[in-house]
Ligand binder design. Structure first.
Ligand SMILES: *Cc1c(COP(=O)(O)O)cnc(C)c1O
Length: 435
């Protein structure tokens, strides 16, 4: 390297690290992340890909794009309300506020009045019981699958779980309920057939070896034709007669009936019909964070809470806070999207279509997340050329449209109205890139 070598002009590491915006970035991002960005820019200059006097600008630009998480927010323009690949339920403003509030030290297991340890998640429990008075007690765990595993382990390990062959479902990504239950040390006792199960099938299977009767809502498919199933109220007498617990796995997490989804069971109705406990997900139709909710009789919930496995699947403070806020707050985004007014959806779609030169077409949304299969949610979408889908996904904000029938369909059902301007920008940018 000679005196005249331009590489001598590359800013030194310590000088770059002392720049005020870089110091601010070091307070937020890891030191190794910031040093890596600095080193990359210097290396680019050494290789002659960057002028030495452009290094500082490159470092600042890269740092301004660095986020604490690589997860990118996505505008869900698919019309699918509970979209598993997009993290299921988006949180409400109240739940988001609760997450922030719970991010530091909080009294999740402490009674501030006495300074003594308290039960965990008291506030989430109170919110759930207020929203579902049919339940005497509740327990929150990691997810719906954990709630089911805990229930069958605590009530039936070493014994049998009696379940209808028509309810042995696969919940997605290859996870099957029968495998899940078998992993708990309980034995599955299948009764009936795929399409028809009768009360006598259950009655014949019950005995001293029975741990519990399990009713599973086949949430992601529907069987039509020559079918029969036994409902919870009919199983109640049998469960009482044999003194075994009656567990209903609901999946979706509706706490009360929703007239829009008459086929979806809810916690209040199922408990009133005689289930000892119900299990459900927190992030499907309940609209909250990933969680598993157990609701029902206090003695049965207590058996679950006391089991050692409960400790391995317990919910963290962030989940408890967000769930409490979801249950006690205003309608969650999932509920709003489900009940979106079709006329309003149409006028928003018409506005977007007029601004970008698309056409408005009728488009049915879906509940998604393996819930309410086949139930259409009538609405509208903006039809764009299929080629727009890629640039939409790659844009900022990222937009996930539905690609169907040779077109790119932008459904506004799950896009909060406040995001309409951002969506319009994103669509304009995407269309400009394919024109
Ligand atoms: C979704 C679902 C589950 C699993 O719940 P996760 O929260 O995904 O773990 C279990 N049972 C039924 C009926 C479901 O629909």
């Amino acid at each position: 390297m000679t005196e005249a070598d331009p590489r001598r002009a590359i800013p030194r590491t310590d000088a770059l690290l002392m720049l005020p915006p870089v110091r601010a970035a070091r307070a937020r991002l890891g030191e190794h992340v910031v040093r890596g960005v600095v080193r990359d820019a210097q290396d680019q200059a050494r290789r002659g890909e960057l002028n030495p006097d452009e290094v500082e600008k490159a470092v600042l630009e890269t740092l301004s794009r660095c986020r604490a998480t690589a997860l990118r927010p996505v505008l869900n323009a698919t019309g699918v309300v509970v979209h598993t690949n997009l993290g299921r339920a988006p949180l409400s403003a109240a739940a988001t506020e609760a997450l922030l509030a719970a991010s530091g030290y909080v009294d999740v297991e402490l009674d501030l009045a006495t300074g003594a340890r308290s039960a965990r998640g008291v506030a989430a429990r109170a919110a759930l019981l207020a929203a579902c008075p049919a339940a005497e007690d509740s327990l929150v765990v990691n997810n719906g699958a954990a709630a089911l595993v805990l229930a069958t382990t605590a009530l039936a390990a070493g014994r049998e779980v009696v379940v209808s062959r028509g309810e042995l479902i696969e919940i997605g990504a290859g996870f099957r309920l029968p495998d899940l239950i078998a992993s708990t040390g309980a034995r599955l006792r299948e009764v009936g057939t795929t399409n028809r199960t009768h009360l006598r099938d259950y009655a014949e299977a019950l005995g001293p070896q029975t741990g519990c009767i399990l009713k599973v809502h086949p949430s992601n498919f529907a069987v039509h034709g020559f079918t029969a199933a036994v409902d919870v109220s009919a199983l109640r007498a049998l469960a009482t007669e044999h003194d075994v617990a009656l567990v209903a796995d609901l999946g979706s997490g509706l706490l009360a009936p929703d007239p829009l989804l008459p086929g979806e069971p809810d916690a209040a109705t199922t408990l009133s019909a005689g289930a000892d406990i119900v299990t459900a997900s927190g992030d499907k139709l309940l609209g909250g964070p990933q969680a598993g909710v157990v609701l029902g009789r206090s003695d049965v919930v207590a058996r679950l809470a006391r089991h050692p496995l409960a400790r391995a699947v317990r919910a963290d403070k962030l989940t408890l806070a967000a769930l409490e806020a979801t249950v006690s707050g205003a309608d969650a985004p999932v509920t709003r999207a489900l009940h979106a007014d079709p006329a309003r959806l149409r006028s928003r779609a018409a506005q977007l279509a007029a601004a970008v030169g698309g056409t408005v077409v009728a488009h049915d949304g879906r509940v998604g997340g393996g819930g309410a299969p086949g139930v259409p949610l009538p609405g509208w979408a903006v039809r764009l050329p299929e080629a727009a889908a890629g640039p939409l996904r790659g844009g900022d904000p990222a937009v996930l449209p539905r690609v169907h029938d040779g077109a790119c369909l932008v459904d506004l059902r799950c896009v909060p109205e406040t995001d309409d301007p951002a969506l319009l920008d994103a669509v304009r940018t995407a269309l400009a890139r394919i024109s």
